[in-house]
Write a protein that binds this ligand. Structure first.
Ligand code: NAD
Length: 358
């Protein structure tokens, strides 16, 4: 069967990683009609905007996309294209499976957890006011709180609707993937109204799954401690946006780094697959970065498209190549052996070979 997929190469190291992923996905024998769309720096140069409408139109049409990372200038310039995509297309659940692969130098073995991050609300909603602005001054005066005169202010909207649907997504994911427990992560002891609301919704959803899926709650600070000491005790974790962003990178560290962490941003209609890592622009054009995260994101996409056998073949080939440890990028080589590392293209070639030999 042919699949039409929106392909966003992104910027920085995105295009070289996407090229590697496309090669591996096509080597499964499945036919893709790639609708290639520029976003980020390339789109800014060509169209004057980092996220042209035609990218959104393509994703609304194909309903499935594979995306390379996109750079966000820090502190100024355009707002994050990644955040805009999630908000414009209502991709409310960010799902990031984290599992250890034998052969990958990592602080733990036996990690197999999934982060489900709320993607549209929280401090990412973009309600932020500059220090010394009239709005910041109004908020300061209106709340009557002790906020310093020179403070910038961000608002943290968390709704019952947004919380409920992402927790439901996490429970449904747990059922579909035969997981045993969902843990809600918040800071509800301090943020009683926002995180408290998230937790209230989580409890209500959990009650509907009682007897099928276990439910637990951990505060985000305690969760960090437990994740870096006993990560194997976690299963599916669901949380508001900011905690999800931070814990995703922490969990990527548990399994050997960002090079091995795939993900998807999903709504009710559209799913956009992309690695957890960013555009690592300092590596642009060097052919050095690990393509496994985007290739594994592609495997998640194959499964979403109903191509279960092809997805398993890709995952098995990645697992074999990293287990053998010969044709892997620098991040997967033990200390002292970096000089023997393969490049992005060579590692992708090895994954293609492993698939053909299987
Ligand atoms: P990053 O994830 O791009 O890179 C951080 C470091 O992680 C790199 O220097 C590298 O050492 C390592 N790393 C990342 N990917 C790797 C891979 N595939 N193989 C091996 N090592 C890898 O994070 P950053 O430097 O904080 O962000 C760079 C840019 O990417 C920023 O503009 C940021 O906003 C953006 N970003 C985009 C996305 C996205 O497109 N979804 C996600 C995160 C960050």
């Amino acid at each position: 069967m042919r699949h039409t997929v929106t392909l966003i190469p992104g910027d920085g190291t995105g295009p070289e990683l996407v090229e590697a992923a496309v090669r591996v996905l096509e080597a499964t024998g499945i036919t893709f009609d790639w609708d290639v769309q520029e976003a980020g720096e390339a789109a800014l140069a060509r169209y004057g905007v980092p996220l042209p409408d035609k990218v959104l139109e393509s994703l609304r049409r194909t309903r499935v996309g594979l995306k390379g990372p996109i750079t966000t200038p820090v502190g100024s310039g355009f707002r994050s294209v990644n955040v805009a995509l999630r908000q414009e297309l209502d991709l409310y659940a960010c799902v990031r499976p984290c599992r250890t692969f034998p052969g990958v130098p990592a602080p733990f073995s036996g990690v197999d957890l999934v982060i489900v991050r709320e993607n549209t609300e929280d401090v990412y909603a973009g309600v932020e006011f500059e220090a010394d602005s009239a709005e910041a001054e109004q908020i300061r005066a209106w709340t009557g709180k002790r906020i310093r005169q020179d403070a910038a202010i961000a608002l943290k909207p968390i709704s019952a609707y947004g919380s409920r649907r992402v927790v439901e997504y996490a429970f449904e994911y747990a059922v579909r993937h035969r997981r045993r427990r969902v843990t809600a992560i918040t800071k509800a002891n301090i943020m009683k109204f926002t995180d408290g609301l998230f937790l209230r919704e989580a409890r209500q959803v959990a009650a509907a799954y009682a007897g099928r899926i276990e439910y637990s709650e951990v505060l985000v600070d305690a969760a960090c401690m437990q994740l870096v000491t006993r990560p194997e005790e976690f299963d599916v974790l669901v949380m508001p946006n900011l905690y999800g962003d931070i814990l995703s990178d922490l969990c990527a560290g548990l399994i050997g780094g960002l090079g091995m962490a795939p993900g998807v941003n999903a709504g009710d209609e559209i799913a956009l697959f992309e690695p957890v890592h960013g555009s690592a622009p300092q590596f642009k054009g060097t052919n050095r970065l690990n393509p496994a995260a985007i290739i594994l994101s592609g495997a998640l996409m194959l499964r979403h498209l109903g191509e279960e056998a092809a997805a398993s073949r890709v995952e098995a080939a990645v697992a074999r190549v990293v287990r053998e440890g010969t044709h892997v990028t620098f991040d997967l080589k033990p200390p002292g052996q970096q000089a023997a590392a393969s490049g992005t293209r060579e590692m992708a070639d090895a994954i293609v070979r492993a698939m053909k030999e299987a």
